[in-house]
Ligand binder design. Structure first.
Ligand code: ADP
Ligand code: MG
Length: 362
């Protein structure tokens, strides 16, 4: 089931009563989520991710704009009748019910020809529990399960009715690092197996990049960029997106284009077609080659050994961020702490942003 958002806007009265202006949590969103795909909705805390999800689920009504599931306009349909599955950060299971009873719960209210017998419900619950690999624990109470297991029960409960759309709001945030990795791979597997159109909200760029068919990057209620994770990483439309994706983060320098040459301070970096202007230069950590006589000179402050690679922590008077970090293969790393070192920059890893608008220069 494809999901289409059309000029979707949600305003809230400001929680701070002294401020008269509304908070625009979601501003004029238009995009299409293709059928059967997993979309990662990504952005910093407070950017409007949950509000977007709540609009799609029907828990919130939009101030303006429309929502379509397939060709059907669902904007005025109540959440119960939208055929969605919802999973939140806190598992929100019924503590007094067993795993099986929790999973069965949504099936009990089905009406008409969808109505099931007790036996059918039990079978359906078991089938779904197997999908999320929680079937050995059907008779346990939530308190007898680990966080990861509880979240799998919550996912099973959301899936048991085979919803048209699965909505997950930071479902892994309460899990420890190892479980988070494992559970995100499981969500991906389950999504592939069921083919249910899924929207996965997270503030964790690595999480979104690793499991999404496409990512949607938001900031301050505004959609910034949509695309395949690698494409957004390789071609960010502005400095915010460039900085938000990637660990370690992209290094940003103040730069200048003069007579078709790009400079960072006195260092001439490369030729360019653009006219004279002030720019920000973004260089990905993996985007340099350590080389005597290289175009960009930095001071090497510290070398961190990471095994296969080393991390060269440097400084440069024109760096915007205090510390610059370049990833260098261990066998290519030379230079002592305190030395000046030079780097050549891989053209595909260099991004130029207008110093005023912070939009990428094309
Ligand atoms: P996210 O999920 O990305 O962290 P939210 O969608 O929860 O962000 O919130 C987006 C913005 O809308 C925030 O500034 C938040 O304070 C505001 N907001 C969310 N819900 C309400 C509400 N019920 N009343 C007032 N402001 C709200
Ligand atoms: Mg949220």
């Amino acid at each position: 089931m494809k999901v289409v958002l059309e000029h979707l806007t949600k305003k809230f009265p400001n929680r701070n009563k002294k401020i008269k202006e509304d908070v625009v949590a979601v501003s004029d969103f238009t995009f299409e989520i293709p059928d059967g795909k997993l979309i990662g909705l990504l952005g910093p805390s407070g950017c409007g991710k949950s509000t977007t999800l709540n609009l799609i689920s029907g828990l919130e009504a939009p101030t303006s704009g429309r929502i379509y599931f397939g060709e059907e306009d669902v904007t005025d349909i109540s959440p119960e009748n939208r055929d969605i599955g919802l999973v939140f950060q806190n598992y929100a299971l019924y503590p007094h019910l067993t795993v099986e009873q929790n999973i069965i719960f949504p099936l009990q209210n089905l009406k008409g020809d969808k109505k099931m017998t007790k036996q059918q419900m039990k079978e359906k619950a078991l089938e779904t529990a197997k999908l999320v690999q929680i079937d050995p624990y059907m008779s346990r109470k939530p308190s007898e399960l680990s966080g990861g297991q509880q979240q799998r029960v919550a996912i099973a409960r959301a899936l048991v009715k085979l919803p048209k759309v699965l909505l997950l709001d930071e479902p892994l945030s309460n899990l420890d690092a190892r479980l988070r990795l494992q559970t995100r791979e499981e969500i991906r597997r389950i999504q592939r197996e069921t083919g249910i159109t899924t929207i996965f909200v997270t503030h964790d760029q690595e999480e979104a990049m690793s499991i999404s068919d496409e990512i949607v990057v938001m900031k301050d209620g505004l959609l910034q960029q949509i695309g395949k994770p690698q494409a957004v990483y390789d071609h960010p439309v502005n400095m915010f997106v460039a900085k938000f994706l990637g660990t370690p983060p992209i290094n940003i320098f103040r730069g200048e284009i003069k007579s078709k040459q790009l400079y960072i301070g006195d260092d001439r970096i490369c030729e360019t077609d653009h006219g004279d202007m002030q720019v920000y230069v973004g260089i990905r950590p993996e985007g340099v080659i350590l080389k005597k006589g290289g175009s960009l000179v930095c001071r090497l402050n510290r070398v961190e050994v990471m095994g296969r690679d080393t991390s060269a922590c440097c400084s440069n008077d024109n760096a915007v961020s205090e510390s610059i970090r370049f990833i260098i293969p261990s066998d290519e790393m030379t230079g002592d702490e305190g030395d000046l070192v030079a780097f050549d920059i891989k053209p595909s890893k260099l991004h130029l942003f207008d110093a005023e608008t912070e939009n990428v220069i094309i």
